[in-house]
Design a protein around this ligand. Sequence first.
Ligand SMILES: Cc1cc2nc3c(=O)[nH]c(=O)nc-3n(C[C@H](O)[C@H](O)[C@H](O)COP(=O)(O)O)c2cc1C
Length: 165
Amino acid sequence: MTIQNSSAKTAVVFFSGKGHTREIAQRLAGEFGVEAEEIEPAEHYSDADLNYTVDDCRANRESFDPQARPALAADIPNVSGYDIVFLGYPIWWGDAAAPLRTFVESVNWAGKTVVPFCTSGGSSITRSVSTLSSLAGAGEWHRGIWIRAHASGEAIAAELKRAGL
Ligand SMILES: Cc1cc2nc3c(=O)[nH]c(=O)nc-3n(C[C@H](O)[C@H](O)[C@H](O)COP(=O)(O)O)c2cc1C
């Protein structure tokens, strides 16, 4: 799959709790000359919500409840006109952050190529791609790319190349 120089319409959408994934998504979008669009939850995550050292924090409760589908804001990104969707998120407990479940189930992925990308403290993206692609039930899902927090545009371009994109 070669994205740069192709006529495919490319979108970059992301969820970010603390800003690491947002920064990467914006740089990645810059590589394609598009704007990154944010998947915003209806109720934003506070620092306490994301404090995973507290067993019962919101992010932990959602992570460990496979049925949890956190509500999203009314104006979530509309990817219906796009061929290729880069989908970015942080890893929570080895899997995609819970709001991704809600988003992925709200989109018709048929005919689209999805390229998941994540930031994390080191955990790989593999399990999250399997979770999200099975919730999506359609689309061609790339194996995904892990991008180091604060990676430069050049480093991101190198990751894309390494991933064959
Ligand atoms: C609830 C929660 C669980 C996390 N679990 C993991 C994990 O299992 N593995 C890991 O490498 N990082 C984990 N992290 C760290 C985040 O993946 C990492 O800080 C990420 O870059 C945050 O992105 P953001 O700033 O866009 O929210 C976790 C963070 C949170 C808030």
